[in-house]
Design a protein around this ligand. Structure first.
Ligand SMILES: O=C(O)c1ccccc1N[C@@H]1O[C@H](COP(=O)(O)O)[C@@H](O)[C@H]1O
Length: 204
């Protein structure tokens, strides 16, 4: 079964509904964004998340000190590197890691071989920020890549209507959504429920 990550949560009611409907991971954005959360607030929300649900922190070109401090303080299970972090930087920090790759051309996946990370997250290049654009990229660009299926996370403009087709085409280990579970720029409980249901309805 494809795993689901709900990203950019900032309110307790949204965390609770995501957990209740069966999200496998929850993402907190610590980078410049309209979804940016403080370490203190993420720590408070994290206390209501069972250990079976992974807590992921999203960072964009952040210092190693701040990443390490946030990881232990919240605490987090994974660091999602969503900027231009070098492979050596990620390796030196040595925390469980996800590297986001902005996919515009098929060559964009090629940089993956430089990174020793747990997962790769394929995303649409951001406009206002580095991610969370709400726009999808051409999924054919990541269909024939050599990255193992169980290391692939698909993001970028997913929603309850298109995630089934995305899973069939890309066969990711996990799908990741932020904008697609928002209404008028805010997270929406019905959309969170609908997204997770759409993923769970889809068999690998
Ligand atoms: O969500 C943000 O604001 C954000 C800011 C900076 C880096 C990453 C961000 N979000 C990530 O973007 C993808 C896709 O989001 P969407 O569903 O297209 O809105 C997701 O991995 C978020 O973690």
């Amino acid at each position: 079964m494809t795993k689901v990550k709900i990203c950019g949560l900032m309110e307790m009611e949204h965390v609770k509904v995501a957990v209740e409907v069966g999200a496998d991971a929850i993402g907190f954005v610590f980078a410049p964004s309209k979804r940016r959360i403080t370490v203190e607030k993420a720590k408070e929300l994290a206390q209501s998340i069972p250990s079976s649900v992974l807590k992921v922190g999203i960072f964009v070109d952040e210092s190693s000190e701040e990443i390490e401090r946030t990881f232990h303080e919240v605490p987090l299970d994974y660091v999602q590197y969503h900027g231009d972090e070098a492979p050596e930087f990620i390796k030196k920090i040595g925390l469980p890691s996800i590297k986001a790759l902005a996919i515009q051309r098929s060559e964009d996946v090629g940089s993956a071989k430089r990174f020793d990370v747990d997962y790769f997250l394929f995303d649409t290049p951001g406009k206002d920020y580095k991610g969370g654009s709400g726009e999808r990229f051409d999924w054919r660009l990541v269909q024939d890549v050599t990255i193992p299926l169980d290391k692939r996370i698909l993001a970028g403009g997913l929603n309850a209507d298109n995630v089934g087709e995305a899973i069939r085409q890309v066969k990711p280990y996990m799908v990741d959504v932020s904008s697609g579970v928002e209404r008028n720029g805010e997270k929406d409980m019905q959309l969170i429920r609908a997204f997770v249901r759409a993923v769970k309805d889809e068999e690998r």
